[in-house]
Design a protein around this ligand. Structure first.
Ligand code: C5P
Length: 314
């Protein structure tokens, strides 16, 4: 679908994330898992445009995976617009257009990013001037990964991922993302993680599994801007579950490592695989090799950290 900006509309750019550490605790009584989740925002992102509308919330989406994006009220961008309007007691009147570049159901929080972007875009369109702490609370209601998309940069997420502490980071890190065919469902990957823990005899409840903590070596690598040290400390407790549901991802991880990546891991709940490169040149070479390897649909070189959701100048 083509899209031309409407007068008075607001466009927000929002980043995808990779989890450089995803420590997963046991399942809590509410069904969520306590996390030690180090979010890292990358330059791959979506844009959400909020345009004035006569009535209600409507959605459109463009981009390579647009046909996989639900355009009903389940879309986090639509839910964000309604939640913000309800919070302020105003009528939700907006058309939201999503220019989608983040892989859908890829473990890069694309849907969450669109929710965060819609909050910021509608806040500006409706001139609500909602303070950031309130936007962060609304974001947490929408989903565990939505608050981070507002903040960007690098942050430690505790609780189910929504309690954020920004982390110091030096310089830029260069990444390659190998996008798989088809997505993985986040609840299904968490459930598989529980099943594997049960099968291993360790138990899967929060009383069985120690509360995860951020790895000091990983935090030091981020603070000093050392890609080799960060590569050595990368870790994702959901990786075994994602590999169990999608064994072919092991080939993708191997192909990127063989092409010179310093480190490789499944991004979040997958199936996107993330590769840390020594520099931009190496990232470009790894992306080319992965694209030719036949182990992924497409490979993208990018960098980070970048800021969270922000309004673009008109
Ligand atoms: O919060 P969000 O809607 O993104 O979570 C999607 C699903 O992922 C949850 O319903 C839950 O099954 C799983 N999840 C979890 N523990 C977390 C975050 C998500 O079990 N900390």
């Amino acid at each position: 679908m083509t899209h031309s900006p409407v007068a008075g509309s607001v466009t927000v750019r929002v980043p995808a994330k990779v989890n450089v550490q995803l420590g997963v605790g046991g399942r809590r009584p509410d069904g969520f898992h306590d996390l030690a989740n180090v979010f890292f925002a990358v330059a791959l992102g979506d844009q959400v445009t909020a345009a004035p509308a006569e009535e209600g919330v409507t959605l459109s989406c463009a981009g390579p995976d647009a046909d996989q994006v639900p355009l009903d009220d389940s879309n986090l961008a639509a839910r964000a617009a309604r939640l913000l309007a309800a919070h302020h007691g105003v009528e939700p009147r907006v058309h939201l257009h999503i220019a989608k570049d983040i892989p859908v159901a890829g473990g890069m929080a694309g849907g969450s990013a669109d929710g965060a972007a819609a909050l910021v875009a509608c806040d500006a369109l409706w001139e609500l001037k909602t303070p950031l702490p309130v936007l962060l609370e609304l974001a947490a209601e929408l989903g565990s990964d939505v608050p981070f998309a507002l903040l960007g940069g690098v942050a430690l997420g505790r609780g189910r991922g929504e309690l954020l502490e920004p982390l110091p980071v030096s310089g830029a890190f260069h990444w390659v993302f190998a996008v798989a065919d088809g997505g993985l469902s986040t609840p299904a990957v968490f459930a598989e993680c529980d099943r594997l823990r049960e099968a291993a005899g360790t138990g899967s409840a929060d009383t069985d599994v120690p509360t995860p903590d951020a790895d000091p070596a990983l935090l030091a690598a981020l603070a000093t801007g050392d890609p080799a040290a960060l590569a050595a400390a990368l870790g994702n407790d959901l990786e075994a579950a994602a590999l169990s549901l999608r064994p072919a991802l092991a080939d993708t991880l191997r192909a990127g490592t063989a092409a010179g990546a310093l480190g490789a891991l499944v991004s979040g709940s997958g199936p996107t695989c993330a590769f840390l490169a020594a520099d931009a040149e190496s990232a470009a070479a790894i992306a080319t090799a992965l694209a030719a390897s036949g182990t992924c649909r497409t490979a993208r070189a990018t960098y980070g950290p970048v800021p969270g959701a922000e309004v673009l100048p008109e």
